[in-house]
Structure formats: C-alpha cells, structure tokens
Design a protein around this ligand. Structure first.
Ligand SMILES: Cc1cc2nc3c(=O)[nH]c(=O)nc-3n(C[C@H](O)[C@H](O)[C@H](O)COP(=O)(O)O)c2cc1C
Length: 160
C-alpha cells in the first residue's frame, strides 16, 4: 500500500491539469507519454480513483488496455514546450522519452515509468473501463471516442 493522496495534492494536480495539462506515462516494455487536460478524482466502489479519458486511436490506448495501469505526472516547472511537443507526436512512430529529452524513472507500484522532471506523481491501477458506446449523452454532448479508464490510486509521492 502506497502513500495516501492529500486534498492539497489533488488541488495541485487539478490546477496544473486545468492550466497547462499534465503528463500521463504508460507501459514499461513499450513506454509512452501522453498529455491530458481532462480527468477527475473521486470515490468509486469504495475506492479512491482518477478517471482518465483516452481516445481509442491513440498509442496510449493500446498500452493501457494491456498493462491496466498509468501514472499522472505533474510538472515541477513550466513544461509548456514539452506538453505541446508531446501532443504533436505519437508513440506509434517514436520513443517520446528520447524525442522530448525526458528522464524515465521506474514507477514504484505499477508497470510504467515516470518522468524525473516532474513533481507530484500519482500511480493508478485500472479497475474498470467504460467504452464510449456504453455512455448515453444528453444536451448535445459530444464524447468523441474517449474510453473512460477508472484508475485506483496505488501510490503517490514527490520527485522534486
Ligand atoms: C492539453 C491537452 C490535453 C489532452 N487531453 C487528452 C485526453 O484527455 N485524452 C486523449 O486521448 N488525448 C488527449 N490529448 C492528446 C494526447 O496527449 C496526444 O494525442 C498524445 O500525442 C497521445 O498520442 P499517443 O498515445 O498516440 O502517443 C491532449 C493533448 C493536449 C495538448
């Protein structure tokens, strides 16, 4: 059992996500990095979770459906350049750790790497996934093809 996420940590992560976006790292044999601006903390089925939307067309989707885990990485300084570059390239065609010059450290509780340049790290194990065709929408809500991955928080810590 890892460290418990505090309300202060949740606020820090949500604020970074709303401002610049945060990094999500996935996989170990085929590691990848994506960016998210969307997601939410909450309690589901008695567990502390973060719900992460990923489009089925993304390389990250291929990885998460195999490893059933992901890590949230909150930048410890302004990383807008890396965020924008990370969005522009895909793990299908390159190793983003090398392309972005970011330092991969082994995650503590899941099968993934985390980013040495980041501050708060939150590691999650996927306990459920909700495909887009299982979601009924109202009021012209467009959900594109996002699958919602419900990740139970397995560990959290600060690197910087
Ligand atoms: C601010 C921001 C927020 C994003 N949020 C999401 C998201 O919630 N879900 C998603 O699938 N992609 C999102 N993306 C796009 C992915 O980060 C981007 O396509 C990334 O390159 C993933 O590609 P890959 O998995 O094919 O390597 C976002 C991009 C940016 C810049």
């Amino acid at each position: 059992m890892g460290n418990v996420l505090t309300d202060k940590d949740r606020t820090l992560l949500m604020s970074a996500m709303n401002n610049t976006g945060i990094f999500v790292t996935l996989g170990q044999k085929t590691p990848n990095i994506m960016v998210t601006h969307w997601g939410m903390f909450g309690k589901m089925w008695g567990r502390d979770v973060f719900m992460l939307p990923i489009r089925s067309s993304k390389y990250s989707y291929q990885i998460i459906t195999q490893t059933k885990s992901f890590a949230l990485n909150v930048p410890a300084h302004d990383m807008r350049g890396e965020i924008s570059r990370c969005d522009a390239i895909s793990g299908y065609s390159c190793n983003k750790f090398q392309e972005l010059g970011l330092h991969a450290k082994r995650a503590k509780s899941i099968e993934a790497y985390v980013l040495g340049e980041c501050g708060l790290i939150v590691e999650c194990n996927v306990i459920a996934q909700i495909p887009p065709d299982a979601i009924t929408t109202y009021n012209d809500t467009k959900i594109s093809s996002h699958t919602l991955f419900v990740g139970e928080i397995a560990n959290c810590y600060k690197l910087n």
